[in-house]
Design a protein around this ligand. Structure first.
Ligand code: NAP
Length: 298
């Protein structure tokens, strides 16, 4: 049994913290909005009153918050992890953030006597709920080994992809692939509907051929029923498209399709769809096609 602190009990963090408690670890969870700690408490964990309270006795500190400034604040903010955790604690950042920020935070962690691995995940809410996440890990090999029991409790495909920041680079590539897939699937649905095809039947057969994908399996119902409850919010995917397009630019390579989808994601946000699941990219295709059935009002 390990003492684990878990900061950020949102759509992903909450079920992950619950799995860790169910695996027998002693889990102290902190969430800014306190009522989100209830599932963890129901699973035998403790609701901490602050980040400092959560990390005080922790051997491992897990973080799952939205963006680079949030992780920076959780770790380096006044009275937070670097100021309050036990020397030598291992920090696992599951959040999807900028690779360069991760590298800088890993350096700061080391300077403060901690170890940090970046461990962004893929698999969506379903992956978190079913403890079936793909976890792409950047950091030192021995830190990866030390974090492995935590990864095993929340994930299925767990790969050490390289030094600090590498996990975030792989996650940026993941987000490029997923966004392009969702956009293509959205366009296919609007196209099929324009011809009056039985879209449910069409997606069933498409799912069995080369067009099949996890995106199709996981997102087709959202698209058929036009229900875009998150899941993964468009606002977060917009953040990730910013990460991949700027990292590609810095590396001197081009991501033309990624840049286009980044613009379409930005359009979805500008049209008020930021809080919807990223399968809501479909609404943008409808807006552009003049076939919109799901306006902001309904
Ligand atoms: P979420 O549901 O919005 O949860 C984020 C959590 O972080 C919330 O509990 C929020 O607290 C907390 N938080 C936000 N800013 C904070 C801050 N500055 N300090 C402390 N806590 C803060 O988001 P999510 O979907 O779980 O996503 C979390 C991370 O996982 C993101 O980096 C995302 O890109 C990545 N991810 C998500 C999915 C997915 O399908 N959802 C899949 C893979 C990866 P409040 O409750 O007070 O707002």
């Amino acid at each position: 049994m390990t003492n684990i602190a878990f900061i950020g009990l949102g759509i992903m963090g909450s079920p992950m913290a619950v799995h860790l408690a169910n695996a027998g670890h002693s889990v102290a969870g902190y969430n800014r909005t306190p009522d989100k700690a209830k599932p963890l408490v129901d699973a035998g964990g403790r609701a901490a009153e602050s980040i400092a309270d959560a990390v005080r006795d922790a051997d491992i500190v897990c973080v799952m918050v939205p963006d680079s400034p949030d992780v920076t604040d959780v770790l380096a903010g006044e009275g937070n992890v670097f100021a309050s955790a036990r020397a030598g604690a291992l920090i696992i950042d599951f959040s999807s953030i900028r690779p360069d920020v991760t590298v800088e935070l890993a350096k700061q962690a080391q300077d403060n006597g901690f170890r940090l691995v970046d461990a962004p995940v893929s698999g969506g809410e379903a992956g978190a709920v079913n403890a079936a996440l793909s976890i792409m890990v950047g950091g030192a090999a021995d830190d990866f080994e030390a974090a492995k029991p935590v990864f095993d409790a929340v994930g299925k495909t767990i790969v050490h992809v390289g030094p600090s920041g590498s996990g975030q680079t792989v996650k940026a590539a993941n987000q490029l692939i997923v966004a392009a897939n969702i956009q293509a699937l959205s366009e296919a649905v609007v196209f099929l509907e324009a011809y009056g095809v039985d879209t449910k039947a069409a997606l069933e057969v498409l799912g069995g051929g080369l067009a099949g994908s996890k995106v199709l399996d996981q997102k087709k119902e959202n698209m058929l029923s036009r229900s875009f409850e998150p899941g993964f919010r468009i606002a977060l995917h917009h953040k990730d498209m910013g990460i991949v397009t700027s990292a590609a630019r810095e590396a001197g390579v081009v991501v033309p399709l990624g840049s286009l989808v980044a613009q379409l994601m930005g359009s979805a946000l500008a049209n008020g769809d930021g809080a919807l699941d990223h399968s809501g990219l479909l609404r943008g295709v409808e807006r552009l096609s003049g076939t919109s059935t799901t306006t902001k009002e309904n």
